[in-house]
Design a protein around this ligand. Sequence first.
Ligand code: SF4
Length: 957
Amino acid sequence: MNSFLKETAASLLKNKGDLKGVKVILPNRRAGLFFTRHLSQLVDKPLWMPEITTIESLFYQWAGKKPADKLTLIYELYLHFRSLTQREESFDRFYFWGEMILKDFNDLDQFLVDPKRLFTNLKEQKTLDSDWSFLSPEQVKLIQEFWASFEGRDRYHQEKFLRFWDILYPLYTRFNAAIESLGLAYGGKIYREVALGLEKLSEPTEHLVFVGFNAFTAAEEKLIRHSVKRFGAEIFWDIDAYYLERPEQEAGLFFRQYLKDPVFGPTFPNPIPRQIAQQKASIKTYTVPLKINQANLVAGLLDQLPEAEHWEETVVILPEEQLLFPLLNVLPENINRVNVTMGYPVKQTPVYTFLEAALELQRYTKIEDGLLVFYHKPVKELLSNVYLRELAPDFTQYLMDELVRTNSIYYPAEALQKGGGIFARVFQQLRSDTILEVVMELIRELAAPMDESSMERTYLFQCYKQMNRLRELFEKEIREEVTVEFFIKLFRQVFAETRLPFQGEPLEGLQVMGVLETRNLDFKRVIICSMNEGSFPPSKAMDSLIPFNLRRAFQMPVQEQNDAIYAYTFYRLLHRAEEVHLIYSTAAAQGQVGEKSRYIQQLQIEMEGLGVQKSDTSVHVPVRLTQIGPICIEKDPRLLKILDRYTDRSGKDQVGTAFSPSALNMYLDCRLKFYLTYIAGLNVPEEVQEAVDPAIFGNLVHQSLENLYAGFISRKGRNRVEASDIDSLKKYISPAVEKAIRSQYFLEDGAAIKLTGQLTIVRDVLQKYLSGVLEQDKRTAPFAIISLEGNKKYQAKLSVDTPTGRMSVNLGGIIDRVDRVGATIRLIDYKSGADKKEFSSIGSLFDREDTSRNKAVMQTFFYGLLYESRHPENQLPLQPALFNLREIFKEDFSPYLLEKVRNGQSHEVIDYGDYREDFIRGLTGLLEEIFDPGQPFDQTEDRAKCAYCPFAKICSR
Ligand code: SF4
């Protein structure tokens, strides 16, 4: 296919024959590479090639210098800013502003603005009319408008701005003088020097040819005009009448001005090409619901192309870089070469995420008992990072599990370093004098196993280069103390805006590019993603400290010029394209509904009369619009076999898997929840719990009470507790609670407990509850402790009839405390929640429709059954009791269950035996249902039960 660069090369060859002594200047290096290739394809004999360069290089060449790197310049700027303002601002805090100030200085130099007049002292504005007579009335009006609006602002902000504005001119002059003396420069400074010294410039030996320019800076315009006028330079314009001749088309904004210029005007082609109208491209637009769907759509479009396609004639343009890796991951397999040319933000690379997490880790270290420990969040972040996971999948998974199992808020470095190599390097405490070296070593280590040509290695290399530069700066220039904190902040600042310049070569294969990288290039097939307002054209406000009116008055670029540049970049792609695919998404971003780009809107209106083929396609990603149907698990033979684990059919002599009261209560709440938890064995992923949630609090209560009485029995060598023992037991409350906390958080004996604020409160509350229990026990004493939860798991069997035959079902549970008071055995359950002791009937305990079904009561009756099973000889009454700690301080506290009888009256449950028959009947009915093949595991109809269910997402509830 023909292209602008190919035609330009052909035209030069035709006119000059030999290109020796010709210098071709293009807007960027990429265009230069394509130009060279076209030229070499056009010649069939040895020939002098022209020198091919960029406009930027031409300036640097004529000035005899190159710009220094940004870090050095910003640091120099910082030194002068600090001395001018006398402020003790740190470099990392200044960096952001430094970048902006440097950019503004660069702009004003490139546009040849007089800094003194721009940064004039606002307090002397009375001189405006006389002093600024060189400005046009419109420019003066713009400046006056700015000051008028500025005067309206509140005093505080006005003063602040004035103070800042007043230092900009002295800062500019001092900074420029300083870098001059150091032999340094920035781009704009070089441009200004060259543009202002053109008259003294001797005629170059080469014939200059400027190719494919659109928007000149003032310095470029001056240089090119001078070159045309004085040295007979040529210009090749890459234009089309379509936008040039329509004043409403922003794409033609600059060309219309240049066309009227006495020097540039005659260099325009005559007639102006009308390629867009002649090409009659097929233009297709696509709507996708989510941004990420664009990658799949592009892959689908490419997949339809024939095998023998010249891939270099197809370009995929990504105005949003985030789409790069999703796209590369889904490209069809027959595309074996891809050239990526775009600036990719370092912040979005995995290596940045990894290094940032490694540095973040350093901010939360501490020494506990002489050991280095790290806060669990950055540790988790690092362990889930792709680099460490790929390197040692088992070790990282083991550490993740350990973190959760031990519920460690801080995790010891020693355990993390056991992975050796990179683990030892990452999980160490970094000192300010080693931090940079370690980070660079980490990059080297990550890169070592990677393929030489891999993209990952490329961006690791680019990051390494930046770090190297940072090191040089620290070694030679930064004169303040580099603390770890300072380094981390600077690291973030430096990489915040850094982009990795991907420049794929050779020019073969599918081309993937950023928008501005397409300048001067033509493709047969153009696919543009993110054709949304805000992406293409971008809506990013200009980063500048110079207010809009002032930029405009001093003819520095404002948004309007930016828009014109993007519009030209878009329309230029239509010059020679045969197929154009424009994709936009309707996904809302940052609170805005996804709106299609104005370019699509424009095309839809403008192309009517041009005979261009258009089509609009909405790409639907299949989504399930129907409600998810009920989930119902039928009891097939395989499932019934699993259920056999709970019965004597399991083949085990001893009681194997047993139904606990919690499992049965869960079954009554929701059969599906029971199935998912106990049959399918779905575990809710555990997390490190920093906060003491109700479940942890409940554990601490149980363990503390267990410790208290187990300690008593062991010390005294007896299980009988007298009222007189209780007072002496009180001093053991604190150790009992501490032991419970130690066990909950896996702290070894002797290791000091560091209590967080919340845990301190929890400890105090626990101690209070324990003293409440002791007070109640004192009233009941004497009593004898028969068993505590730690040493007794009660088990029982119950025969039930099922459609598949009679079977013996295993039951089991742990009773918190069994004691004997007088001639009564008490079956005690400690409760830290708001459980009630009233129930209406035994039947209600098994009635899932009963919204006030009392689970705690069902549980304590269940203990009656378990106790009797172990002690069939028992003749004493078994009294279930609930020690509800929230009520323990009430004057009339009683732990015994209350059965509601007539007229709102209730009576105390004295003996489980009185209820045994009914309870066993209810329980048998429940177990028969569980084993009934005709009763599936289905969802509860009471949606209130789903509120805190971990499976609510599965059930869409
Ligand atoms: S979300 Fe509701 S229906 Fe689903 S398992 Fe949980 S309780 Fe049952």
